[in-house]
Design a protein. Structure first.
Length: 326
C-alpha cells in the first residue's frame, strides 16, 4: 500500500497522524513533532557519514562515534573561547562564534577522518571482522584521549544569544535552537543529494563501488575518491556532534558511545549507502522516541529497538536502500 501511493516516505506522516490521535492535545503534539524533526536532522548529520562509508565503501566503522565526540568537544571549546561574543546582543558576533565552532569541528573531523582511514582502516579493507575489532579499539582510544584532554567532568556548552528562547505558536513553545538545527540539517541533506546524484564525482563514487577496476582503467584514482568520502563522512559526524552539544548543553566523554547505538539503528533502518534512507530513518526514529517518551516513558528506551525489528521484518534491506548501478 505504501509503495503504491508514494512509498515508505509517508511513514513519518502516518506516524505523526497516529500520534496526534493518541496525544489528543494539538499544542503538545506540535511541540513534540518539531522537537522530533530537529532531533532527527541532527541524528541524520551523524548517521549520513556512516551510511556513506558503510554502504559505498563496505567498511564497518564502529569507531564512527569518535568523530561525533570530538566534534562536540572541539565546538564546545571554541564556543567557550568566544564566550563574550555569544553573550553579546550583536547577531553578527553570535553568528561568527557559531560559524567558527562548527567550522572547527568540521575541519578537525575531516583531518581525523583522513588519519583514521590511512592508518587504521586501510590495512583491513575487505576484512569485516578485523574492521570491527580495530575500529572498536580506536573508539576506546579516542574516548581516553578525550578524557585526557577535557577531563571526565561534564562540560557546559554555551549557546549563541540569538538561538536562545522559544517561539510561541498558539499554546506550543518551539525552541529557536531546534528550528535552526532542522534548517541546517535540511541544507546539508540537499547538498549531499546534489553531490551524489547530480555531479560527476558522485557518479564516479557510485561507479567505483560497483566496478573499481573499470573506473581505474578510465584513469580515475578510486583511492583518492574513497579517502574523500571517508573524510566527508567524518566531517559530517563532527558537525552532528557540534550541533548535538548545543542541543544538550552539557556533554560528557561518553557522548559518542551513547550515540553509536542510535546512529547504527538509523543506518540499518534507512538502508546502507542511501542518504534518502538515512534521513527517513533518522526522522522516524526521532519522532518515535519523542512520541513514545510522552505517551509511555518507560518504553522510550526500547522503542527504537522494537521499531528496528519491525521494519527489518517488513523490509530486510531497510526502508530505502541505495540502488545499485547495473
Amino acid at each position: 500500500m505504501l509503495d503504491r501511493f508514494g512509498g515508505v516516505f509517508w511513514l513519518p506522516v502516518i506516524l505523526a497522524i497516529i500520534a496526534f490521535v493518541l496525544i489528543g492535545a494539538p499544542s503538545s503534539w506540535l511541540t513534540l513533532t518539531v522537537a522530533g524533526l530537529s532531533m532527527g536532522l541532527m541524528i541524520f548529520l551523524m548517521a549520513s557519514g556512516l551510511s556513506l562509508v558503510f554502504g559505498l565503501m563496505d567498511v564497518l566503522n564502529f569507531g564512527h562515534s569518535a568523530f561525533v565526540s570530538f566534534g562536540a568537544f572541539v565546538a564546545a571549546s571554541v564556543l567557550a573561547y568566544f564566550g563574550g561574543w555569544l553573550g553579546s546582543d550583536s547577531i553578527l558576533l553570535n553568528s561568527l562564534a557559531l560559524v567558527f565552532a562548527i567550522a572547527a569541528a568540521v575541519v578537525f573531523g575531516a583531518a581525523l577522518g583522513w588519519f583514521f582511514e590511512r592508518v587504521i582502516v586501510k590495512p583491513v579493507y575487505s576484512d569485516h571482522l578485523r574492521q570491527i575489532l580495530i575500529t572498536m579499539g580506536a573508539l576506546i582510544v579516542a574516548e581516553q584521549l578525550i578524557l585526557a584532554t577535557w577531563g571526565g567532568s561534564p562540560v557546559n556548552v554555551p549557546r549563541p544569544h540569538f538561538l536562545e528562547g522559544a517561539i510561541i505558536v498558539g499554546n506550543s513553545s518551539l525552541e529557536v535552537y531546534r528550528l535552526f538545527a532542522f534548517c541546517l540539517g535540511a541544507l546539508v541533506y540537499g547538498g549531499l543529494f546534489v553531490l551524489l546524484n547530480r555531479t560527476r564525482m558522485g557518479l564516479l563514487i557510485r561507479a567505483g563501488v560497483e566496478n573499481r577496476e573499470m573506473v581505474e582503467a578510465l584513469g580515475f584514482k578510486i583511492d583518492r575518491l574513497f579517502i574523500g568520502v571517508f573524510m566527508l563522512g567524518s566531517a559530517l559526524a563532527a558537525m552532528g556532534g557540534a550541533m548535538w552539544a548545543g542541543y544538550e548543553t552539557i556533554i560528557t566523554p561518553a557522548l559518542g558511545a551513547e550515540m553509536m547505538v542510535i546512529v547504527f539503528i538509523v543506518v540499518i533502518i534507512g538502508g546502507l549507502g542511501s542518504i534518502q534512507g538515512t534521513l527517513l530513518g533518522a526522522i522516524v526514529v526521532a519522532l518515535m522516541q519523542n512520541y513514545v517518551g510522552f505517551l509511555a516513558p518507560k518504553l522510550a528506551l526500547a522503542s527504537n529497538m522494537i521499531l528496528m525489528m519491525v521494519i527489518l521484518l517488513w523490509r530486510p534491506y531497510g526502508l530505502a536502500p541505495a540502488v545499485k548501478i547495473k
